[in-house]
Ligand binder design. Structure first.
Ligand SMILES: Nc1ncnc2c1ncn2[C@@H]1O[C@H](COP(=O)(O)OP(=O)(O)OP(=O)(O)O)[C@@H](O)[C@H]1O
Length: 305
């Protein structure tokens, strides 16, 4: 992704090469300043080395977001960062008169898009594109964005407390565990890898309150159901069912505790996402009633005798 941001420079000319190398060295000499570049367009010269060194320097002081013009570069901290996404931080960005003057953050992008919806004459659609390689943090980032909108654009009094998010806002957030249970799997690169692409639409009314949402999915890696690459797993939902089913469900689904399934390799591996209760709870919030759930789970079960 960073490569794509870097200008095309012809490095083939020897003198150009030498002078550029000199500029790079001159830039990098101020090592203790590199983390202060909060916008990569200020880096000069812009080369893979200078950009990556700046990002590395920021990462080492636990700064995970950097602007690159109107793009935001997000580095994956691979660990929870306390208070980076709290309700208070959301409020700070949401109520700021100039959020772009704050430290780079995904909430700046979220807030700018939110404000841009309010066009001069008519509301204007906004799109946020989250891209990156597997494990880069796209799913995490999309969740943050949805949480932000579910909070700031909530029709109820959600800004009062973190757990008053409800109704449509709650449903928007609850779509995530369901989508992830059925569409994510543990791969070599990411324990919670999305095996599909998604296009999420959040609909706001003229008062900029969240009134609807839809998710379109595409390119689901269906072949994973029957064929999992070595040391990877099938979709989370199967393991969730194996681990979380009640005795009654086990009987009905013919899934006894000690049974092995050829299509469910690496069952011994426990990942955070193996949480059947959470999936079921989210289904309830989304209005998927018990009978429909049973139909879905019956289809999901594939016993091999
Ligand atoms: N901002 C963050 N703070 C803390 N942890 C994070 C953050 N972003 C990502 N992670 C961690 O990195 C893991 C991988 O991120 P994520 O699943 O979002 O990647 P992805 O880009 O969606 O990958 P894939 O394309 O394989 O679906 C997450 O499960 C989470 O543990």
């Amino acid at each position: 992704q960073v490569e794509g941001l870097i200008q095309n420079v012809d490095f083939s000319h020897p003198s150009l090469n030498d002078s550029l190398e000199g500029e790079i060295q001159a830039f990098l000499i101020n090592e203790d300043q590199l983390h202060t570049y909060d916008d990569l367009t200020k880096v000069n010269p812009v080369t893979p080395t200078t950009v990556l060194k700046c990002l590395q320097a920021r990462y080492s002081v636990k700064v995970f977001y950097t602007h690159a013009g109107c793009t935001l570069v997000a580095l994956n901290p691979f660990q929870p960062v306390p208070d980076l996404y709290s309700l208070d931080v959301m409020k700070e960005y949401h109520y700021a008169s100039q959020p772009q003057e704050f430290k780079p953050h995904i909430f700046i992008v979220a807030e700018e898009a939110y404000r841009n919806v309010q066009g001069q004459l008519e509301p204007v659609n906004q799109s946020l594109v989250v891209s990156g390689e597997s494990g880069a943090g796209k799913t995490w980032t999309s969740r943050c964005l949805m949480k932000y909108y579910a909070t700031v654009a909530a029709s109820s009094s959600v800004m009062k407390s973190q757990d008053t998010v409800e109704r449509i806002e709650r449903r928007v957030l609850d779509s995530n565990p369901i989508m992830e249970a059925f569409g994510n799997a543990c791969t070599l690169r990411n324990n919670n890898s999305s095996r599909f692409g998604k296009y999420i639409q959040l609909q706001l009314d003229r008062c900029q309150l969240l009134v609807g949402a839809s998710v379109q999915t595409y390119l689901l890696e269906k072949t994973r159901v029957t064929c999992q690459p070595a040391n990877e797993r099938n979709f989370h939902i199967f393991y969730q069912m194996m681990k979380g089913a009640t005795d009654q469900q086990r009987k009905e689904w013919m899934m006894s505790q000690d049974q092995c399934f050829a299509w469910l390799p690496n069952s011994e591996k426990t990942v955070e996402e193996d949480c059947f209760d959470e999936t079921v709870e989210a289904m309830v919030h989304l209005g998927i009633h018990a009978e429909r759930q049973q139909q879905i789970f019956r289809v999901s079960v594939m016993p091999v005798f």
